[in-house]
Design a protein. Sequence first.
Length: 295
Amino acid sequence: MNTATQILLAGLPSSGKTTFLAALWYVLTNPGSDSQGLRIRNYSSDRRYLNSVKEQWMNCCQVDRTLRNERPQSVRIPLVDSFGEELDVIVPDLSGEVFREVWEARVWPSKLEELLSLSLGTLLFIHPDHRFGSSSIDEATRLTDALVSLDGNPLTNQETLNPVSPTEFSAADVSDTVQLVDILQCIADLRGGTPAPTAVIVSAWDMVPHMYSAPENFLEAAAPLLHQYLTSQSHLASVRYWGVSAQGGSYETELDKLIEVDNPVERIILIGSDLKPTHDLTAPLCWLLSESPVS
């Protein structure tokens, strides 16, 4: 029996959602790729959007981002899993600006509310270039305790060196980490207080310093507040981490090398908790489907 299930791609602007979707469509539509868990069932649905972004990805061109003034692209991908079960995965490719505006305006568009409430799980995209700018709760406490004068007493306003004039609060200036935590909390609220199973995708993994062998280790160091939130909710909904380079490198500095790769799927890098590189971008989807069985 065919079942339709919906998985949400969430993330702030330029976090890698559309590039991931383009590379995923290539993996699914090429029999020689590494896709082990899922494969295309048929091509009856409208696939013009998917083919358009796939062509850009194949040719090492910057994939067009989903713009704020465009209607959300909900693409239906008819699949069959390794057990022969048929399902249609509906992936809303929402603009990152939509999530940014939700944070700033504090209003959820009705269409977005519907998408969130019906989604089985979330692919949460994070880019190394994001404005993390946040400390862990424990570190913030330690820093506060360290603000003492030389005689051991807390600093007063008069003793504080180089006082800064107060500025008016702007939601747009808040770190991306805080915005992402708020988005995840809102998603949980729309699901009746229960967070969705979340596959965290650290995009542009080729940009991440080699000292971070595991994606979760990078997030814990770079965005401790977000990592703490996900960890604190893990008893309610599962979380797993992947590092993904859908491009395989920078188009600005490595374009010649990337173009020379005969099989485009070999440009893809995906690192999971086992730290074994693969090209199979269906792995996060398979995991979400296993964590959220379709009834």
